[in-house]
Design a protein around this ligand. Structure first.
Ligand code: PHE
Length: 353
């Protein structure tokens, strides 16, 4: 009954296929999938076993049956490969989902605010960085000074208007008007020159105090940074070059500096230094009174009397000094119309920097 055998083989193939399909659907992991592959598709698997019947068929039918078996094997093999790649993909996705790490920062309290440095502190640090980059050291001095450091040693004689009680906050300590809150950072020059031998390349930032009524451009407590160079053969050219270099480092290449003759008791010759108006960049506007320039600070060559006060020989040493307001610089740089906001501690303002 070879006819029947051929039909039976074809029937077995169909059974085998449908069992394979339903088993494939139940597979849970790679191990089970491999097991199924081995039991059906391997050399000893159920498909190969069908070949055993071939011997009982005549050549014509054997070819037909062989072709049927091979076709079934190819089909099931292809289905197996497809399931394998689908399962691998699914498992990989599950694995990735489990291993996923959320690196985005979550601030659970929406009112949370970490705070930051005050604009003045930041500006001061930026200035320090620029000068340290030019080879300067950073020095500090006390906010309470004696008359000698704040005035006398700086060649400001007793009758000089800068000493007038209306400018200075004097302390009720020792002799009347002998101690005060420093009115500028220049007394730190004296302390640095007393504390070590030249060459000196130093900047001295700090808080200073004047009896000014607060307005858009003044506050009674503000900040200055002082510069002092003492070495051999220092010229006015070095001073101008230093000011130009730091101006460009802080404000960028569009802002340049210039010097105008002025007077300070502790420098001779003295100058005021101005920078291109940061509002109009030199074109002329209300802020710079149409001049295109804004005054930033004072400077000059160290007066021989100052060298004498600290015991340095003015024949041997020469130097320059400069000083300017850090608050004023920040005000210009950020176009802050009223200086008083720097002291208000209103976080809506402070958060912008
Ligand atoms: N001390 C001066 C002031 O407060 C500024 C200055 C510093 C001028 C150094 C010349 C040299 O106005």
């Amino acid at each position: 009954m070879p006819e029947n055998l051929l039909e039976e083989i074809a029937g077995q193939i169909e059974t085998l296929k449908s069992r394979f399909h339903s088993q494939l659907k139940l597979v849970k992991d790679l191990g089970q999938l491999k097991e199924l592959e081995a039991s059906v598709l391997s050399k000893k698997g159920t498909i190969a076993q069908l070949n055993r019947h071939l011997g009982a068929l005549d050549p014509e039918e054997r070819r037909t049956a062989g072709a049927l078996i091979n076709q079934a094997r190819t089909e099931l093999q292809a289905e197996f490969e497809q399931s394998l790649s689908q399962l691998m993909k699914k498992w990989r996705e599950e694995e990735l989902a489990v291993e996923k790490i959320d690196l985005s920062e979550i601030i659970s309290d929406s009112n949370f605010f970490a705070g930051r440095m005050h604009l003045i502190t930041r500006t001061r640090q930026e200035l320090e960085d620029v000068f340290v980059g030019m080879g300067f050291t950073v020095e500090e001095g006390p906010e309470v000074e004696s008359d000698w450091y704040n005035f006398e040693a700086l060649n400001i004689p007793p009758y000089h208007p800068a000493r007038a009680g209306q400018d200075s906050f004097y302390l009720r300590y020792r002799e009347p008007e002998s101690m005060l809150l420093r009115t500028h950072t220049s007394p730190v020059q004296i302390r640095v020159m007393q504390s070590r031998q030249p060459p000196i390349y130093a900047v001295m930032p700090g808080r200073v105090f004047r009896r000014d009524t607060a307005d858009a451009r003044h506050t009674p407590a503000f900040h200055q940074i002082e510069g002092l160079v003492v070495d051999k053969g220092i010229t006015f050219g070095h001073l101008a070059g230093t000011i130009e270099t730091f101006t460009q480092a802080i404000f960028g290449p569009n802002i340049v500096s210039r010097l105008r003759p002025a007077f300070f008791p502790f420098t001779e010759p003295s100058a005021e230094f101005e920078i291109t108006c940061t509002i109009c960049e030199g074109g002329g506007c209300r802020t710079c009174s149409q001049t295109g320039w804004i005054e930033l600070g004072g400077c000059g060559m160290v007066d021989p009397n100052v060298f004498n006060a600290v015991g340095l020989d003015p024949e041997e040493w020469s130097g320059f000094a400069f000083g300017f307001g850090i608050d004023r610089l920040a005000q210009m740089r950020h176009s802050i119309s009223d200086m008083r906001v720097l002291l208000d501690n209103d976080v809506r303002f402070l958060r912008q920097f």
